[in-house]
Design a protein around this ligand. Structure first.
Ligand code: F6R
Length: 264
């Protein structure tokens, strides 16, 4: 795991946007894994800005989102398809036919999960996967106790996640308790993983992910097994890590090495 600790949420978004920009410059037809939630919004705004200024293009990109509420179709304002259209796809030069979000309205969700996996494989696999982290350590909707090799499937949300996401639903609005989510095994198959976390309320989850044991009790700890996982966090989210100075020192050395390699 590469741990990058930055001052605040704005720096985290810019760093994440740089990683996606570099990926798109390296491979125009990249397969992107995308996330919803509050955390990636600033990164998406930065990617929109860079796209509109002509720095990057999404015209050859294929995307797969991590998850969707089961029971909401893509036109529902709280669906993750709607979120992605509003927060990113409507503002960039991506072909929406190449954007994939698990179908929350699937007649047979079990079959739909297998089809989603097959589509990712046909696309050549995910080049770079964006992640947030839940306060309980979830990634995607893989809640604590999720199998560490799990694939895309139907998952029941915990009360903690339902409560955390209730802010997006009106008081009398139906809020689903089920989801379709990529599995932890699916996420680990991505060639690169970029997890963003900001704010003090993520500090316990970040500490369990980075310094805790590899355990299904903290699904994000599975990223310890990934060869190319970058954890980009602000000072507040890093506040419960034991060895912040060491992580900062490593990152300094990483940057020096990159500069040296670029000068060769
Ligand atoms: C979103 C997702 C979730 C969120 C996590 C953090 O597609 O899969 O795992 O990344 O719940 O959400 P925020 O960013 O709202 O704190």
């Amino acid at each position: 795991m590469q741990i990058v600790i930055l001052k605040d949420a704005a720096e985290v978004a810019a760093y994440g946007a740089d990683l996606f920009t570099a990926q798109l410059k390296r491979k125009a037809n990249s397969v992107l894994g995308l996330a919803t939630g509050s955390t990636p919004v600033a990164l998406y705004q930065e990617l929109i800005r860079r796209n509109q200024q002509g720095e990057i293009s999404f015209s050859q990109v294929t995307s797969f989102n991590l998850d969707e509420y089961l029971g909401l179709d893509g036109s529902h304002p709280q669906s993750y398809r709607h979120f992605m259209n509003e927060q990113l796809f409507n503002h960039i030069d991506i072909d929406k036919a190449n954007t994939h979000v698990p179908p929350g309205d699937a007649k047979n969700p079990i079959v739909a999960c297998d089809e989603y996996e097959a589509r990712m494989t046909q696309a050549g696999g995910i080049d770079i996967q964006l992640l947030g982290i839940g306060r309980n350590g979830h990634i995607g909707f893989n809640e604590p106790s999720s199998g560490l090799t799990s694939r895309t499937r139907v998952k029941t949300l915990t009360k903690a996640t339902i409560d955390d996401n209730a802010r997006f639903f009106a008081a009398d609005e139906y809020q689903p308790h089920l989801s379709i989510t990529m599995g932890i095994g699916t996420i680990l198959d991505a060639k690169k993983v970029v997890l963003l976390a900001t704010g003090e309320n993520k500090a316990d989850a970040v500490s369990a992910m980075v310094e805790g044991p590899l355990t299904a009790a903290c699904p994000a700890s599975a990223l310890q097994m990934h060869r190319n996982a970058v954890i980009v966090i602000d000072e507040a989210a890093a506040s419960k890590l034991k060895d912040v100075e060491f992580y900062k020192h490593i990152e300094n050395e990483n940057q020096k090495l990159l500069q040296h390699l670029a000068s060769l």
